[in-house]
Design a protein around this ligand. Structure first.
Ligand code: S3P
Length: 214
């Protein structure tokens, strides 16, 4: 967060550069349950003065029932189809900051849509951090297993190859939320300014860490 008037002015001009470069594209947060996609997404949206959207909440509103009830009544494949449709609709309404559910980025069609209509940030968290956070809420159907830690470990292994194709990667860890938001903001600024300066696709193929691009 800016501490002086000069820092505030610099941040506000960076914010304008980011939103100008985004155009109608959104910023999409991907990653495991408990990675902080909604918490960071909401704050990042406020920083960028863009609307914040949470795909899980939009799915519940569209279905008129909770995610747990959708899983229980209709099954996971039905949930995934609805999730893909809702995310497609939200991406068409950009720009905004969109937090996606942890499984959404596994679907090729959704990854492709996000690639075309957004800049994606993988919020990466380790299993211990995820477990500490997901223990606070018991409403995630995929974690209603005898050994949720083993389930998280398996899902992380299965999903990371997909998350790795996000445009940017930021480590989500136990530091103040604003620090993670700052890192997302800075990484977006570097990426979008480089893009605006005409970087080639091959330069941008792998997810960046802040360390790698500073
Ligand atoms: C899921 C993650 C959840 C929600 C659903 C399935 C997943 O969202 O979409 O329970 O497959 O990882 P969060 O990542 O926001 O918890």
């Amino acid at each position: 967060m800016p501490e002086t008037a000069a820092q505030a002015a610099a941040q506000s001009s960076q914010e304008a550069e980011i939103t100008a470069a985004l155009g109608t594209r959104s910023v999409v947060l991907v990653g495991m349950m408990g990675a902080g996609k909604s918490t960071i997404g909401r704050r990042l949206a406020a920083r960028l003065r863009l609307p914040f959207l949470d795909a899980d909440i939009e799915i519940e509103a569209a279905a008129g029932m909770s995610i747990s009830d959708i899983f229980e009544t209709h099954g996971e494949p039905h949930f995934r189809d609805g999730e893909a449709r809702v995310i497609a609709r939200l991406l068409d309404g950009g720009p905004g900051v969109l937090a996606t559910g942890g499984g959404a980025f596994l679907r090729e069609e959704t990854r492709e849509r996000i690639r075309r209509k957004a800049i994606s940030i993988w919020l990466k968290a380790d299993v211990d951090t995820i477990m500490r956070r997901v223990r606070r809420r018991a409403d995630r159907p995929l974690l209603q297993t005898a050994d949720p830690a083993a389930t998280v470990e398996r899902l992380v292994g299965e999903r990371e190859p997909f998350y790795q194709s996000a445009d940017l990667m930021i480590w989500s860890r136990e530091v103040p939320h604003e620090k993670i938001v700052d890192e997302c903001f800075d990484a977006l600024h570097v990426r979008l300014c480089r893009e605006a300066a005409g970087a080639t696709i091959s330069d941008t193929a792998a997810p960046d860490t802040l360390d790698a691009i500073e």
